[in-house]
Design a protein around this ligand. Structure first.
Ligand code: IVH
Length: 676
């Protein structure tokens, strides 16, 4: 029976390849299903012959995964961006200057998805990891197995014993539209663009769910010790033979003019592709030349991304509405005649603030230019004056809060008007939403409008109210809500939902102090600042007592933040909130035992970190502490090392030389602590 199972797997994998990679199926869906059914049956009968890379496993399973963190064998770098032909010519000149021989380039599309790194051993998929911070990412192997265009077993036999291949997981436009239509029907918030949808899908905890939302994976980079060829292009051709989906759009260019022509062609034709691209990637083809050119801290010198200018469209500004945020800031929002922009339909766009409206003289009735900046929220960037109707009055920014009618205020030197009433409903709800959000207390059982319902029913007003909720209070509550897009949906709390909500709230009592501090929502105290304050002051009482001067003495805490923290603790209702949270049992002090010392190789060493690194500088500092070292701000004769990244200031370098303090690179640092 083993033979039949193996034969079926091979045959199915082959048809899978013909269908999903080459788009040239040779058997009917029915015949394919029959083969699959036979294999499923046999695997059920002979569980000892199971294989995670069997084609039957592509449907995923219902196991909920907490993703494991995996260290990349080679860091996952990003690319330098260029936006013009001039910058491209600079890249070409830098390459030519460094290389003695002629070089040719490979141009590829820059797929707009999320990058993954796949490792194969002995021709079978071993592991799939997301980019993460470039040094380590999430192990998403179970989810990637469901992507039909990723081979689980390779074809042929001339692949290296072990290698890595990188690519982009994307969602095709058709799948995206269908998924969003379904979400609208079931009342879920639609994804903003295919990239978010792909990323949201790949990070789902349940691979059976992932399998239901077909993703695709385009590969573009082969890494390993023993690659088949000395040319990037040839390696990818080889990888295509092994069964990978290597898109056919790539081209070899012998001159930078040919590169420019490739870019121009795709800038014009990108709309015709069934997936999103945000530019073109230009790579030096020859691997030994790549090696010669080497790396910068975050990106290779042998490649560059040419980013397409943001797409811009014209549409009618129908009206302006005003939203009140968590801090009371008023955001003007443009309501537009629906218009297609970069793959999605846009109905609303940001108008920034009152100054911007005045500066651009934006009026209702105008035909405005809308652009997608960084793909997130589209924004209005100007007005087509020629199309302005004669009777279009200038916009007068509101002077009272649209929610509670308070007179709006504006602080000296700040652009935003804000509502000063801290009890204004959107502010109260906003603070609660922030409190439960993922990076704060992460109570996802309260997401998707549930907080709104609890607030509307008068059950929660401040965060600490959450910890007094009972099942009896919340079971059976229901409400119809209308989201920003005007979609209506009903939410109702059954017994299960209620239990779920309460256990989520209970679990949040273990969230570490630094995140509680972020959750409380002190103005200007973002995630990183909360971390810094927590580490320096160790508990909430010490922080509440700290003076402005004590606070600005902390590395990276400036006057604006210190002022805001002092103000916060000066208000009686905030002091009461903290007291209530304390009563509820939240973590309001750092747990010293949670700090994991990984080694003591840097014991007694004072290190100054300066410049730009392949990972955020704070992460470097954390690694130093984890290995027993101490971070210091300025170079002195007591400094053990200066850890120098890219763009470190020449003054610092001089000072280090003068004081004979050793300067080490990021790579040397990793070697020092045994990471590579
Ligand atoms: S090569 C060291 N090729 O763009 C070079 N990247 O901005 C590694 N991307 O993280 C990248 N299409 O997620 C390469 N044809 C392509 C690409 C591509 C999309 C993404 C990738 C990378 C990001 C860098």
């Amino acid at each position: 029976m083993e033979e039949r199972i193996l034969a079926l797997r091979k045959e199915l994998e082959h048809h899978n390849y013909l269908y999903y990679v080459l788009s040239q199926p040779v058997i009917s869906d029915y015949d394919y299903d029959m083969l699959m059914k036979e294999l499923e049956q046999l695997e059920k009968e002979y569980p000892q012959l199971a294989d995670p890379n069997s084609p039957t496993q592509r449907v995923g399973n219902d196991v909920n995964l907490e993703f494991q963190q995996v260290r990349h064998q080679y860091p996952m770098l990003s690319l330098d961006n260029t936006y013009s032909e001039d910058e491209l010519a600079d890249f070409d000149a830098r390459v030519k200057k460094e290389l003695t021989d002629d070089c040719r380039y490979v141009c590829e599309l820059k797929y707009d998805g999320l990058s993954v790194s796949l490792t194969y051993r002995n021709g079978a998929l071993l592991r799939a990891v997301t980019r993460g911070d470039g040094i380590q990412g999430d192990d998403v192997t179970a989810n990637v197995r469901t992507i039909r265009s990723v081979p689980l077993k390779l074809r042929g036999n001339d692949f290296p014993e072990e290698f890595e291949i990188r690519g982009e997981v994307v969602m095709l436009h058709g799948t995206f539209e269908k998924l969003n239509a379904e979400r609208a029907e079931t009342g879920e918030t639609p994804f903003a663009n295919p990239r978010n949808a792909a990323s949201g899908t790949l990070k789902m905890q349940n691979s059976a769910q992932v399998a239901k939302r077909p993703l695709d994976c385009f590969l573009y980079f082969l890494l390993g010790e023993k690659l088949p060829a000395g040319s990037h292009f040839d390696n990818l051709e080889k990888a295509r033979e092994w069964g990978f989906k290597i898109p056919l759009y790539a081209a070899v260019c012998n001159t930078i003019e040919e590169v420019a022509a490739f870019i121009a062609k795709w800038e014009k034709e990108r709309d015709k592709l069934p997936f999103d691209i945000d530019g073109i990637v230009v790579k030096v083809d020859n691997l030994s030349q790549q090696k010669q050119l080497g790396m910068r801290a975050k990106s290779p010198r042998w490649a560059v991304a040419y980013k397409f200018p943001a797409e811009r469209v014209e549409t009618l500004l129908e009206s302006i509405s005003y939203q009140v945020g968590r801090t009371g800031a008023i955001t003007p929002v443009a309501n537009l005649s629906p218009v297609r922009l970069a793959g999605t339909t846009v109905k609303r766009a940001s108008l920034h603030n009152a100054d911007q409206i005045q500066l651009l003289d934006i009026r209702v009735g105008d035909t405005v230019y809308v652009e997608k900046g960084g793909e997130i929220i589209p924004k209005v960037i100007g007005v087509n004056r020629e199309k302005r109707p004669a009777d279009c009055p200038p916009t007068v920014f509101i002077s009272r809060c649209p929610e509670c009618d308070s007179v709006l205020q504006r602080n000296e030197g700040e652009a935003a008007w804000f509502c000063p009433n801290r009890n204004c409903p959107p502010q109260v709800k906003g603070r609660l939403e922030h409190f439960i959000s993922r990076k704060a207390m992460n109570i996802d059982s309260l997401g998707e409008g549930k907080i709104e319902l609890l607030y509307d029913k008068g059950l929660v007003h401040i965060a600490s109210d959450l910890y007094h909720l009972t099942a009896a209070q919340i079971t059976g509550l229901e409400k119809v809500i209308t989201d920003e897009e005007g979609n209506r949906r009903k939410i109702a709390f059954g017994t299960r939902t209620a239990e779920n909500m309460l256990s989520g709230i209970e679990a949040s009592k273990n969230v570490p102090f630094e995140r509680v501090l972020y959750a409380i929502g002190i103005r200007y105290v973002g995630e990183t600042i909360a971390q810094k304050l927590a580490r320096s002051f160790k508990n909430i009482d010490a922080l509440a007592k700290a003076s402005y001067e004590e606070m600005i003495a902390v590395d990276e805490i400036g006057g604006r933040i210190a002022g805001s923290v002092v103000d916060f603790f000066a208000q009686a209702d905030n002091v009461a909130l903290i007291e209530n949270l304390k009563q509820a049992g939240l973590q309001l002090a750092v747990d010293e035992s949670a700090f994991r010392q990984k080694s003591d190789v840097l014991e007694g060493k004072s290190i100054v970190v300066s410049g730009v690194f392949s990972i955020p500088r704070d992460d470097i500092k954390k690694i130093i502490e984890e290995h027993g070292g101490k971070n210091t701000g300025s170079i002195s004769s007591n400094t053990s090392y200066v850890l120098a990244g890219e763009k470190m200031g020449p003054e610092k370098l001089k000072k280090a030389e003068k004081l004979k303090v050793p300067v080490i690179s990021e790579e040397e640092f990793y070697r020092l602590i045994g990471y590579s």
